[in-house]
Design a binder for this molecule. Structure first.
Ligand SMILES: Cc1cc2nc3c(=O)[nH]c(=O)nc-3n(C[C@H](O)[C@H](O)[C@H](O)COP(=O)(O)O)c2cc1C
Length: 188
């Protein structure tokens, strides 16, 4: 039997939200409101509440970087999500290294395994809790040994390691024509 609950409780039943760190100018901020919006062109969106310092900065500069941390970077990732750039220099406090973007004015984070430079193309203010900033990914940097299973997922008040492999899909075709044509189970 399913119980009727509030809409927001429904949203919190999503299997996972990725934990990412956006950086606007030289100020990083932790995010769980993050998603891709298009593969071609590559577009991602980040949801930022309007009382964040990052919100002011992104409106000012019109770009951001998106960085994905590993589970062993959990403490620093959590810290970045608990203090404001209005009060502290988060790069100085954490010892993380900002790298100047090639195509954007914002810096990316050297120590994290994945970073993307994004140009803001669309701002979606639904007058709700988060304003969505959607950007084109102009370039991305991925560590050669990147292991997605070691990234962090957010479950309300819990952090979790992402993923156990259940099955591999065989996909044929690209883009709108991509189709899953087979499935190999790893775990029954
Ligand atoms: C795990 C985690 C996820 C968070 N997700 C978001 C989010 O999606 N959007 C948001 O506006 N704030 C989010 N926050 C809170 C901000 O990271 C926090 O308010 C931060 O201090 C803002 O920094 P700033 O003032 O320098 O921009 C999250 C914090 C944590 C710890």
């Amino acid at each position: 039997m399913k119980n009727e609950v509030s809409g927001v409780r429904g949203i919190f039943c999503f299997p996972s939200f990725p934990v990412a760190v956006a950086c606007v100018k030289e100020n990083p901020m932790t995010l769980a409101a993050v998603n891709f919006f298009s593969f071609n062109p590559p577009m991602v969106g980040i949801g930022i509440m309007d009382n964040r310092y990052s919100y002011e900065l992104i409106r000012e500069v019109g770009d951001f970087t998106l960085n994905l941390p590993y589970v062993d970077q959990l403490d620093v990732t959590h810290y970045i999500g608990t203090v404001s750039g209005r009060d502290v220099d988060k790069f100085k406090e954490t010892g993380l290294t900002p790298v100047k973007g090639k195509h954007v004015s914002s810096s990316w984070i050297k120590e994290f395994p994945v970073s993307m430079e994004c140009k803001l193309v669309y701002t979606l203010d639904l007058k709700g809790s988060h304003v969505w900033f959607i950007g084109t990914v102009l370039t991305a940097y991925v560590e050669e040994t990147y292991d997605r299973s070691q990234t962090i997922s957010y479950w309300g008040n819990q952090y979790r390691r992402t993923g156990e492999e259940l099955a591999i899909m065989k996909i044929e075709g690209d883009g709108k024509n991509a189709k899953a044509v087979g499935l190999t189970r790893k775990i029954e």
